[in-house]
Design a protein around this ligand. Structure first.
Ligand code: ADP
Ligand code: ZN
Length: 676
């Protein structure tokens, strides 16, 4: 991903530099030079002015100074009370006596300097010498007259502030509107959106062809393309077009690419900005950038605004100041919400945003009329990886022996961006070895290198892990298929997705009430993953944590809130208020609840294990299929276990709706039923 982003953004920088060159620019080098000269002058001019260099000087003790005066060497005596020093300028005829050198070397006005004990003593001494005739001149007093220094120190804090301020502004400005230098100050509130448009400097024609895989996501954004191309068709019928679509998925899966492709397909301008660009340390800047972005977009309508990493601004607002909310981010978010409400549904501006965590977004962002549709962009499965490889291998001179299937199989858990990276890296490795074309070995080396680099960051799996995850997911699938009340299964994957390592998609039945049997069956299916791990690998793993959490919560709910256990029948200890630390039941009841929860979960776990043992061949076949294909659908499960004898209401709907395309669509959003 990084690789690609860099190339994508390069033209933008180039454009900015152009502008800088055209505009007369207040160069900062000059500011630095001026400041340096001023400082230098102040330091040198500080004490004695430049006359100080007019003659030799010498520091002596007060006694020696007195001696000199008594000897009649003094031409002029100047005392500085602030510093407590006295200077005696030496008569030309005595220069040799004092400095042991001639007038030529010692200069015109050489002096000796001494610290005097007190002004009174000095006065007294000089008056005496005057009376005695040793000193003919006057004793003059002088204040520290390094006014420059004083002015400088007075102004220093101010100068420092100006300096720091200019520095910050320059940094900020450098990201911004193109005036460079101090002009940046005035552009803080302007949006830094990158604009891609026809005939623009960074025109790039991305179409759906460039996005490999992601069939269901493409299908969903197709509607947006249609609208942008031909809005009249929709508005004539009184239809309302979504204002925003949220692309949800892990980094590097092609969310930006997809949004660009929508713009490319519809042939409209594309504004792209990252959520973090809105967030600045100055209050109000984010909000004004949002305003500016929407203003620009309205001018170019129809167009697409793409906000990457929207979670940077869209994170749920803290309820209560207790948490010390980020006011700036909140006001930016509020502005975004206002702008989204503010423009008409049919103004032709469509906002697409990307995030990998839809769950942390503020609910207000996800409401109808804003980002009300979520499009899931997941890590590619085996076949999709093959397709992505094909896209990125196009510009590369590959060896004929290269087997794309093998590459796809070697890269479980890779995102589209990782694959793009593999291709690029392989080409570099081949070039380094002076080869004519890129061979299989280069690709394997590239994969190794990237896996090495990625391991910590993303969920790249080993074969063994893949096998464990397949067993786990097959466990869920086996049980839910063979229990009457468990939710109907849509698909099972072992492609890591978000925080989950694998997932089974279910179509949640649309029911208003749920029976105890349904809940228990679901609980059993949820425990199926861990049960399968224990039975067939001999180890249990951390992969089931999510399942266990859900099961535990469910069991507590059933027992404490829904009165569904025999030991505590018909009791609901549900507590309305959110922050009530006091339990509405006794210690003894708490103990009972805990015991019941444990018993219920243990029972379902045993049930899951028994069922898995009974269906072990089917489970093994399912797991093998998963390892091989990474994603399997209801039909595959049906082939193994046979048709489910129970047909649910929603399954009937599904039957009609989805036979041609097994990917989940329609009323059952995949997210709802997904679980690890
Ligand atoms: P995201 O926005 O999801 O983080 P990007 O859209 O920036 O990811 O993807 C980065 C790069 O990865 C793209 O420019 C493209 O080269 C490559 N890529 C990602 N997904 C795909 C895909 N499905 N097909 C082709 N290339 C892809
Ligand atoms: Zn699981």
């Amino acid at each position: 991903m990084a690789e690609q982003n860099k190339t994508n953004r390069a033209p933008q920088n180039a454009q900015r530099n152009d502008k800088n060159n055209k505009k007369p620019r207040m160069s900062f080098t000059w500011v630095y030079v001026i400041i340096a000269i001023a400082l230098g002058y102040l330091f040198f001019a500080g004490d004695e002015g430049f006359q100080g260099s007019n003659g030799a000087s010498k520091n002596v003790t007060y006694t020696v100074f007195k001696q000199y005066v008594e000897n009649g060497y003094a031409n002029k005596i100047v005392a500085n009370k602030d510093e407590g020093t006295v200077k005696m300028y030496v008569k030309p005829e005595h220069i040799r006596d004092v400095f042991k050198q001639g007038v030529d070397q010692a200069g015109k006005m050489p002096y000796v300097q001494a610290d005097f004990p007190s002004a009174d003593k000095l006065d007294e001494f000089v008056s005496l010498q005057q009376e005695l005739g040793n000193f003919k001149g006057e004793l003059s007093y002088k204040r520290s007259d390094n006014t420059f220094m004083q002015v400088f120190w007075n102004l220093f804090p101010l100068l420092l502030i100006i300096f720091v301020w200019m520095f910050i502004m320059r940094r900020m400005g450098s990201g911004g509107g193109g005036f460079g230098g101090m002009g940046g100050i005035f552009n803080v509130g302007r949006s830094r959106a990158q604009l891609v448009e026809k005939g623009g400097e960074n025109e790039s024609k991305v179409t759906f062809k460039d996005v490999a895989g992601q069939a269901s996501a493409k299908q969903e954004v197709q509607e947006i393309v249609e609208f942008l191309k031909n809005p009249k068709k929709f508005t004539d019928l009184g239809g309302k077009i979504p204002k925003g679509a949220l692309l949800v998925g892990p980094p590097g899966t092609g969310k930006t690419l997809l949004a660009k492709a929508v713009a490319g397909e519809a042939d409209v301008p594309f504004f792209s900005m990252s959520g973090s660009d809105f967030v600045e340390m100055f209050v109000g800047v984010g909000a004004s950038r949002v305003r500016d972005l929407f203003r620009q977009a309205k001018e170019k309508a129809p167009c697409i605004i793409f906000i990457d990493e929207i979670d940077a601004v869209g994170r749920a607002r803290a309820n209560g100041a207790m948490m010390g909310g980020n006011d700036e981010r909140e006001s930016t978010l509020n502005q975004l919400l206002t702008e989204m409400d503010g423009f008409g549904t049919n103004s032709g501006v469509i906002i697409m945003a990307a995030t990998n965590r839809a769950d942390i977004l503020d609910k207000a962002l996800l409401r109808a009329g804003r980002f009300d549709r979520q499009i899931h962009v997941d890590l590619p499965d085996l076949n999709e990886r093959k397709a992505v490889f094909k896209v990125h291998l196009k510009p590369i001179k590959v060896d004929k022996s290269l087997d794309i299937d093998l590459l796809a199989r070697q890269t479980p858990g890779f995102s589209g961006a990782d694959i793009a990276n593999v291709c690029n890296e392989a080409a570099l490795i081949a070039a380094r070895h002076g080869k004519q074309s890129v061979t299989k070995e280069d690709f394997i080396a590239a994969v190794d290198r990237i896996v090495g680099g990625l391991e910590k960051k993303t969920k790249v799996m080993t074969e063994e892990e893949k096998r464990t995850i397949a067993l786990h997911e097959a466990g869920h699938a086996t049980i839910s298929w063979n229990l009457q009340y468990a939710n109907p299964l849509i698909k099972v994957t072992i492609v890591p997705r978000g925080r989950a390592l694998g997932a089974a998609w279910y179509l949640p039945e649309e029911r208003q009430i749920t029976t105890k049997e349904q809940m228990l069956d679901e609980m059993c299916a949820t425990l199926g993953g861990r049960a399968a791990e224990e039975l067939f690998t001999g180890h249990i793993s951390s992969g089931a944590m999510n399942d266990l959490e859900r099961v535990t919560k469910q069991a507590y709910g059933m027992i404490a809130y829904m009165g569904m256990s025999d030991a505590l029948p018909n009791l609901c200890y549900y507590n309305q208020s959110e922050y009530q630390w006091q339990r509405p039941y006794s210690e003894a009841t708490a103990q009972k609840i805990d015991d019941e929860v444990k018993r219920m979960i243990a029972e379902q776990y045993e049930r899951a294990k028994a069922l898995l043992l009974e269906k072990r061949e089917g489970h093994a076949a399912l797991a093998d299929l998963l390892v091989e294909r990474e994603v399997i659908y209801a039909e595959d499960v049906e082939k193994i276990f046979g048709k489910r004898p129970w047909v649910s209401r929603t399954e009937e709907l599904l039957e009609k709706d989805l036979t041609p395309d097994p990917s989940p669509k329609g009323e059952g959003s995949p997210a709802e039923g997904a679980e690890s």
